[in-house]
Design a binder for this molecule. Structure first.
Ligand SMILES: NC(=O)c1ccc[n+]([C@@H]2O[C@H](COP(=O)([O-])OP(=O)(O)OC[C@H]3O[C@@H](n4cnc5c(N)ncnc54)[C@H](OP(=O)(O)O)[C@@H]3O)[C@@H](O)[C@H]2O)c1
Length: 270
């Protein structure tokens, strides 16, 4: 029976970095890495750069039945899944009234519905010691006007992951919710900045996918249910526990209106 890792959103950003680090760090522990995203060319391009065999499943996670090849492969090959990473997701920085309903629903379908389905379908193939790593966000810590559905979807991922982690304690399977602040990836190309939320993200600092993934894998290894890779993320986490949500949203308004990208860029270059 083969040992595998499964990574959604592997064509780009954080998911792609998970492929790289799991491939390097799980040598001998996984025989194959199964990667899932829509862009099959980008997934195919990962082949040849990994020690483990790569298996590509091109699927739009927002569309019912697109996972059928993947589910059939699971059933037929009955692998031991050592690690499942749910990284596929996207967000938009615009008010609800300025978004299309299709966009908002798609965000829920990919960030929430598909993540639940992946956990559910893969569960029978996990073994003692297996890890589930779900990519949430620091946006999960508080309501986020200007990206309301995205933040709510990530709050779902955080809450769901913690509860599932507790449910699986007795079988020694852990679930880690990863809550990064801004990460340098293609995420922001799609998110835009119509509502000014990117100003909030920038004011907390942008980190890199390498750091996020390294911390996530270490935290998952230690069985932690929460992974926050930056100090600014922890600051946000504890502030959201101490301050009423109205105060957090007032701080967000201040940052949206007063953050200057120009100043930040010149400070970073100095
Ligand atoms: N970057 C940040 O600042 C940040 C901060 C906190 C949390 N996050 C979270 O981190 C995760 C990864 O994002 P990223 O920063 O790495 O952005 P990214 O570079 O844009 O990667 C997003 C990944 O999700 C996949 N994806 C999106 N929609 C999909 C769909 N309908 N079906 C299948 N796959 C889909 C994309 O693949 P295809 O386009 O090939 O389908 C891509 O591989 C997301 O869940 C995001 O919410 C990001």
């Amino acid at each position: 029976m083969k040992n595998i890792a499964i990574i959604t959103g592997a064509s780009s950003g954080i998911g792609k970095e998970f492929v790289r680090q799991i491939d390097g760090g799980y040598v001998g522990k996984v025989d194959e890495i199964w990667v899932i995203a829509r862009n099959s060319e980008k997934l195919e391009a990962l082949k040849g750069n990994t020690f483990s065999k790569l298996r590509v499943f091109s699927a739009d996670l927002a569309i019912e039945d697109e996972l059928s090849d993947f589910l059939t492969a699971l059933k037929e090959e009955n692998p031991r899944v050592q690690v499942l990473v749910n990284s596929a997701g996207w967000g938009k920085f615009s008010d609800v009234s300025n978004s299309s309903l299709a966009e908002l629903e798609n965000m829920v379908d990919v960030n929430v519905q598909a993540l639940v389905e992946m956990c559910y379908q893969v569960l029978p193939y996990l073994v003692r010691g297996s890890k589930i790593i779900n990519i949430s966000s620091s946006a999960a810590f508080m309501p986020l006007p200007g990206s309301a559905v995205y933040a709510a979807s990530k709050a779902f991922v955080l809450s769901f992951s913690r509860a599932l982690n507790h449910e699986l304690k007795d079988v020694d399977i852990t679930v880690t919710a990863v809550c990064p602040t801004g990460v340098r990836t293609n995420f922001f190309n799609k998110a835009g900045n119509q509502s000014g939320v990117k100003n909030i993200v920038d004011s907390f600092g942008i980190t890199d996918a390498f750091t996020v993934v390294r911390e996530a894998l270490e935290d998952a290894e230690q069985g932690k249910d929460l992974s926050i890779p930056t100090l600014s993320g922890w600051l946000m986490y504890y502030s959201s526990k101490l301050l009423p949500y109205q105060a957090m949203m007032a701080i967000q308004d201040y940052l949206k209106n007063n953050y200057s990208e120009e100043e930040n860029t010149s400070a970073a270059q100095a």
